[in-house]
Design a binder for this molecule. Structure first.
Ligand code: WT7
Length: 630
């Protein structure tokens, strides 16, 4: 069943996967339903780059998520949906119902002209229909592009335009804690500036009044009545695209990371089963949003491929109070719980008294993802949530990797706080120095790369293959570069130390400094800005913005408010700076490059040693900034 059950077996499997990767992955892939088998397992070249898995194989991922389970598990619960407001009813959807609802919605998409290869954008709350629509796209061979519902109209429009989506699926509004957001109004603003969208399908969630444009906007509940509930799955090539998901980099606009059908399917299931040591009838809950890769791989695809019961939660950890996560764990007898360090730290701040009401006895395995987990949060999670009997799996991966690459296997790998520990079978990490030379041996530190392909790795950046090559395959020749720094301890265990590029990780969300700067610069009174990350007790990293303003009579407080509003409109609330400092100048080299290293030090509050400042154009600027730092 593709599941490792001891550390010696892990070692054996790992060995096999390195010695004969093709045989290894061929064995894993053969447990799935393929319409026809591949004729070659792997072909790769990191210079082009071109990576292909299970070449010539034909399949549809939804037949593996749904149809395949109907014989034995049709009445098993596939999705448990927990609403934002605990007083609203939970919804449970069986595999058979999910199959029917996905088929129905597939027919709706088809009735709007959708076909294989089209891009379809989803901008929705965390409701079952989001999973249904995602799977419906996959069923008809359309490429889904899920955009997190916290992004602004402008960010949504950019993503729709970039992928030239022809259908948008959204909802009237969404509930988040005690807030309500009118998604359709945001979508309308976005659509005013996009011309590729022909149909917009709107789910009724909050019931608030929305404007429906004739011949463009259609209600979900009306559309599903017009079609039947059977839809045969489109037969896809293993290397046909499955989805695009936008993520930020150190420069430029967000990149549409593209994943393909066959390899993604095999790795999503394999990693899910092994990392969490999923056992039949476990109740599994990942608290991420489907707008991020964690939600794609470990709320939808991984668990459904494994025939598991997956929980989808609409709300936030602190609504109606800070016990909500634990309330849901007890209510549904959750066995495997997967969340982000930022959530753990936020809940930790409420103290352990809140926990007294809950037994948490059903929990076996606790996961962490999205950012380095600090020792204190690790211990708190282990002691207070895991009661010292649960395995903690600190899972390292990225949007581009499609699945978890470095992580303990629950209850199998010996854990070490703050360490993601060991690579999964098939994964060949290596540390390199700044010259790109591999650093061998243990007790070392370097930049984290991967030197061999794995099935769910990024295939391209939508519409910009050149950028894919530049960003990931050009820094170090012949290797995929992750952008992360990493240590390997004396025992060969890996610890991710954080990004080494201009990417900030705010509450597990990846934000490019350039993107935030561009947002800030949209304010008419901003001349120039520089953004860096700084250590934040809850968010992991916060955003610190240094801004040069034009002269004006407007108060600084008012300008701060306006700038935050600008960033919210340009990107979304997640990109709003935590600290803004207005400065007279920025530390630049003679060639005009901003010395971010210095700005980072100031933002961290380590003001004593600025390092080498001899190349600065005007060293006095630094003294000025330090004097007024926040
Ligand atoms: C970046 C990827 C992959 C799911 C969510 C984030 C950081 C992720 C860990 C971890 C230390 C981690 C890295 C990585 N990261 N997981 N367990 N320990 N750092 O996906 O938005 O693509 O971000 O998140 O810096 O490069 P993403």
């Amino acid at each position: 069943m593709n599941k490792i059950s001891s550390i010696s077996e892990y070692n054996e499997e790992y060995q096999k996967s390195i010695e004969n990767p093709e045989q290894f992955w061929q064995d894993k892939a053969s447990t799935f339903k393929w319409r026809s088998k591949w004729n070659k397992v792997l072909s790769w070249d990191f210079n082009t780059p071109k990576v292909e898995w299970f070449i010539g194989g034909k399949l549809n991922i939804t037949e593996n998520c749904l149809d395949r389970h109907l014989e034995l598990k049709s009445d098993k619960i596939a999705i448990i949906w927990e609403p934002n407001n605990p007083e609203e009813a939970t919804i449970k959807i069986t595999y058979k119902e999910l199959y029917k609802r996905v088929s129905t919605f597939s027919n709706v998409l088809k009735s709007h002209g959708a076909k294989k290869g089209d891009r379809i954008c989803l901008y929705m709350p965390m409701v079952p229909e989001l999973a249904i629509a995602t799977l419906a796209c996959a069923r008809i061979g359309a490429v889904h592009s899920v955009v997190f519902a916290g992004f602004s109209a402008k960010a949504l429009a950019e993503r729709i335009d970039d992928a030239k989506c022809n259908i948008l699926i959204t909802s009237d509004g969404l509930f988040r804690g005690d807030k309500e957001l009118c998604l359709k109004a945001i979508a309308d603003t976005a659509l005013n500036n996009c011309n590729s969208i022909k149909s917009c399908i709107v789910l009724k969630r909050t019931g608030e009044k929305v404007t429906m444009l004739e011949n463009r906007d259609y209600w979900w509940h009306e559309e599903i009545l017009k079609v039947n509930d059977s839809c045969s799955a489109e037969i896809m090539d293993s290397e046909d695209p499955l989805f695009i998901l936008y993520t930020s980099g150190s420069t430029g606009k967000p990149k549409g990371v593209q994943h393909h059908c066959g390899g993604y399917m095999v790795y999503a299931e394999y990693s899910f089963r092994n990392v969490f040591q999923y056992e039949e009838n476990d109740i599994y809950w990942c608290t991420a949003d489907i707008g991020w890769i964690t939600g794609h791989s470990y709320i939808i695809y991984g668990p459904l491929l494994a025939g598991a019961t997956t929980i989808m939660f609409e709300g936030i950890p602190t609504y109606p109070d800070a016990g909500r996560f634990w309330d849901i764990c007890d209510k549904h007898q959750v066995n495997i719980f997967y969340t982000a360090p930022t959530a753990i730290r936020a809940l930790q701040a409420y103290g352990t008294k809140v926990l007294k009401k809950y037994s948490l006895n059903s929990l076996k395995t606790l996961g962490s993802v999205g950012e380095p987990i600090n020792e204190e949060a690790w211990q708190w999670y282990h002691k207070n949530i895991g009661k010292e009997k649960c395995a903690i799996v600190d899972t390292w991966w990225q949007t581009e990797t499609g699945g978890i690459l470095i992580s303990p296997l629950a209850h199998i790998t010996k854990t070490k706080p703050t360490f993601a520990t060991l690579p999964l079978p098939g994964i060949q990490p290596c540390l390199v120095n700044s010259e790109g030379i591999e650093i061998k041996g243990n007790g070392v530190q370097g930049n984290l790369c991967l030197k061999f392909p794995w099935p769910s790795m990024i295939r391209t950046i939508y519409g910009d293959h050149k950028r894919c090559k530049e960003v990931y395959f050009s820094t170090y020749k012949g290797m995929y570069f992750t952008g992360d720094g990493c240590k390997r301890d004396e025992d060969g265990l890996y610890r991710i130390t954080g990004r080494v590029d201009d990417v900030i990780n705010v509450s597990g969300h990846r934000i490019g400094t350039a993107e935030v700067e561009n947002g800030i610069n949209e304010h008419p009174l901003v001349i120039e800005s520089a953004v860096v990350g700084f250590p934040h007790p809850i968010k992991g990293q916060g955003i610190y913005a240094y801004i040069i303003l034009e002269n004006s009579s407007i108060s600084e407080d008012k300008l701060v408010t306006e700038i935050l509003e600008t960033v919210k409109n340009e990107i979304g609330s997640i990109a709003k700076p935590d600290k803004i400092q207005f400065v007279g100048g920025l530390p630049k080299t003679r060639s005009g490059k901003i010395m971010r290293r210095i700005l980072r030090k100031i933002a961290e509050g380590s003001l004593s040693n600025m390092g080498d400042t001899s190349t600065l154009l005007d060293p006095l600027v630094v003294d000025q900034i330090i004097k007024n730092s926040k």
